[in-house]
Design a protein around this ligand. Structure first.
Ligand code: FES
Length: 173
């Protein structure tokens, strides 16, 4: 009889031990998943620098900067989405272009061309750039970011990339 009771006690103790382990394991997994995710996901998150069409080259008048939009694919883990990105295109010759990322290199504001002053102006902190993207005045630490381009079948193709803001060197973001 005494033996039976002690067996029951041992069973209950064993059960509680298992339960303790199970709860401990559950808590570890629950806390571990976000931690592992935060370490692994940034490596999966990437912006693919693909070639995107920016329209027929005939749309771009010689010597006149023109704003355009390209679509880029962003891979975030297993999720893929498309985003429209602003660029500025300057046609220098029949088949020669300067293509600029549409973000001001200071803090990323959208800048625009001011025809009366023949320069790009950023409204956020009055950064000024020349037609070819050189800094004329203000806080921008480097020239506007040039993008790779090519002409394919009469269309302008642009390899869109974002670069780190606020630093003197051009580094892919
Ligand atoms: S964001 Fe353009 S000058 Fe500051």
């Amino acid at each position: 009889m005494q033996n039976e009771n002690s067996e029951k006690r041992v069973d209950r103790r064993t059960f509680l031990t298992y339960l303790n382990f199970a709860l401990g394991g559950f808590i570890s997994v629950a806390l571990g998943i976000p931690l592992v995710g935060s370490l692994v996901l940034p490596t999966l998150k990437q912006r693919e620098a693909i070639w995107s069409p920016a329209g027929p080259i005939g749309d771009y008048p010689l010597g006149q900067p023109k704003a355009a939009t390209v679509t880029v694919t962003i891979r975030d883990g297993w999720i893929e989405r498309q985003e429209a990105k602003g660029i500025w295109v300057v046609r220098n010759s029949q088949e020669g272009f300067t293509v600029l990322n549409g973000r001001c290199v200071h803090l990323g504001c959208a800048y625009s061309w001011v025809e009366s002053q023949k320069e790009f102006l950023c409204p956020c902190h009055a950064g000024r750039y020349s037609l070819d993207g050189k800094v004329l005045s203000g806080p921008p630490p480097r020239p506007l970011d040039n993008l790779e381009w090519r002409v394919e079948g009469g269309n302008l193709m642009v390899r869109y990339q974002d670069f780190r803001l606020g630093i003197p060197q051009k580094e892919v973001a």
